[in-house]
Write a protein that binds this ligand. Structure first.
Ligand SMILES: [Zn+2]
Length: 147
């Protein structure tokens, strides 16, 4: 049984979450929160997002086991990936409304995963100047974040 508490997990998540929700302008449009669950797909998914579209509410749920075993780089990549899902969710809703849950919707979902990964990687590159997810709390651009 893990001794890590959700308050400890929230401390890890909060500063990365705050940076990206502000940087992406989500705090002015969506109401985004996060929480923790024991398992998402038997620990094969780091996180998933639940959206309430017409009300622009979204909750990112983190798998506790994946989160506890993650590096800061993996955590940031997961957060930005899920925020991309939130920003692109009007497209997903449109596809669902028009085509239901058929083959096109499945193809769209798969393409969306690739897009979210690609966009997250490029945005993290713009922040950190590194080709892959990278986080260093000593770098000056993190100085505005909570200690
Ligand atoms: Zn995804």
């Amino acid at each position: 049984m893990s001794k890590i508490r959700d308050t400890d997990r929230a401390k890890r998540v909060q500063h990365v979450f705050d940076f990206w929700t502000v940087a992406l302008g989500l705090e002015g449009s969506w109401h985004v929160s996060y929480g923790f669950v024991d398992s998402i797909n038997n620990h094969t998914s780091f996180a998933e997002v639940h959206q309430n579209m017409p009300y622009l509410k979204a909750t990112i749920m983190f798998d506790r086991v994946c989160l506890d075993g993650s590096t800061e780089q993996e955590l940031e990549a997961a957060i930005v990936h899920e925020l991309m899902h939130i920003m692109l969710s009007p497209l997903g809703q449109l596809i669902k409304d028009e085509f239901g849950s058929g083959a096109l919707a499945t193809d769209f979902d798969n393409a969306l995963e690739t897009c979210c990964d690609g966009l997250a990687e490029k945005l993290i590159y713009l922040r950190h100047g590194k080709a892959s997810a990278y986080y260093d709390p000593q770098l000056p651009f993190n100085s505005d974040e909570k200690k």
